[in-house]
Design a protein. Structure first.
Length: 253
């Protein structure tokens, strides 16, 4: 598999691991509109074999998002860099640079960890922990957009939670797509950070996937989040497959 092929597989895997309950196919583009605060599920995305110049669908996309009370947002992966120029010329400003990184699970060594629980569905305690660990996203975590999103995942999945002295201190979940594990929603309770809990939780998911014959793992991390990137490097995420950023519709006012 070439680097571009792997990057595209990761694109598809990440979309399936964080699905939008509402989406539209628009002339070869995937328009996602979940509501809530998450940009990934409220943006226009290119498809592997689709067009690369979004100019002809900008007006239609703006109309659809306007009907939902949102501004139009285009997600621009580095493997589709041709999107940038047309959007910039229409006044769309760039924001939110993120990296998609990869780890080879052949290199992953893990011992069974009795403190990491795995479940096919998120418990109420897991969802409550998500809210506590992401206070700025609490509406998404506790309300319908996030619940609808995790409820829409149809591929093999596992929700991981690490407990210490009975307290849930770290969470994450993983989804398997085409021999690739995607790790999402990694978080540690504010009172338990910098103690390796997130690393052990993610490691538990990696071990789960490896036991099922999965060969690689990817995740997406904000480009300037140095602490998170250091954590993932310690787990073997040493390859950057691609980056992406967003282009947001200029203020109509």
């Amino acid at each position: 598999m070439t680097t571009d092929d792997l990057a595209w597989t990761a694109e598809e895997a990440c979309q399936n691991a964080w699905p939008s309950p509402r989406q539209v196919l628009l002339e070869g583009w995937l328009l996602r509109a979940s509501g809530g605060q998450t940009r990934r599920t409220n943006s226009v995305n290119p498809l592997r074999s689709g067009p690369r110049d979004p100019s002809r669908i900008v007006a239609a996309a703006e109309g659809i998002y306007r009907s939902l009370g949102q501004s139009a947002l285009f997600r621009v992966p580095s493997i589709v860099a041709e999107m940038d120029g047309p959007l910039e010329r229409q006044g769309y400003a760039a924001e939110g640079e993120t990296c998609t990184i990869f780890a080879d699970l052949a290199d992953h060594r893990t011992e069974p960890d009795g403190t990491v629980e795995l479940s096919e569905t998120p418990s109420e305690a897991w969802l409550a922990a998500r809210t506590a660990m992401n206070p700025t996203e609490s509406a998404d975590a506790a309300g319908s957009p996030y619940r609808q999103m995790v409820g829409s995942i149809v591929l093999p999945k596992a929700f991981a939670a690490r407990r210490v002295d009975g307290a849930l201190v770290a969470i994450a979940y993983g989804v398997i797509h085409d021999q690739l594990l995607v790790v999402e929603s990694v978080g540690t309770h504010p009172d338990h950070r910098q103690r390796g809990h997130a690393a052990r939780t993610v490691s538990g998911l990696m071990g789960w996937a490896k036991s099922r014959g999965i060969q690689g793992c990817c995740l997406q991390v904000v480009a300037d989040n140095s602490a998170a990137r250091a954590l993932y490097r310690s787990l073997g995420f040493g390859t950057e497959l691609s980056r992406y950023h967003y282009r947001r519709q200029p203020d109509a006012g």
